[in-house]
Design a protein around this ligand. Structure first.
Ligand SMILES: [Cu+2]
Length: 123
């Protein structure tokens, strides 16, 4: 009897977990929709940058926004074709990238820091 109760408890946990997963799945398409800009937070602090080489998926033609927080002004280099150079100021700024029309990997770098900020996986 005890074993049956335990099994039931496990089963009801599974059901709850599945329901919760279904709920979060149904809300995620809105932030991966190609019409919504992909927002990437970027923080420069001294010699470091966050993120540091992470892969980020974006859609072909999807607008991309970099929300930059920086302790000093600088430039971000986007290896799309054509290439894009985006200057930012100390403090907070929002940089709009031109949508990338070719699938592939596009590096977003800081040449001053010699670091890759993100690799955009365009598809
Ligand atoms: Cu570059």
């Amino acid at each position: 009897m005890r074993r049956i109760l335990a099994t039931l408890a496990v089963l009801s946990c599974l059901l709850v977990t599945t329901a919760a997963c279904g709920g979060s799945d149904s809300s995620s398409p809105s932030d991966s929709s190609p019409d919504q800009p992909k927002v990437i937070d970027v923080t420069f602090n001294g010699d470091s940058v966050t993120p540091n080489g992470d892969r980020v998926e974006v859609g072909v033609g999807q607008p991309i926004e970099l929300k930059v927080t920086a302790d000093a002004p600088g430039e971000i280099h986007v290896h799309s074709s054509p290439e894009q150079e985006l200057a930012y100021d100390k403090g907070q700024s929002t940089l709009d990238l031109k949508p990338i029309q070719q699938p592939g990997i596009v590096e977003v770098e800081s040449h001053a820091l010699e670091k890759t900020i993100v690799q955009l996986e365009v598809r």
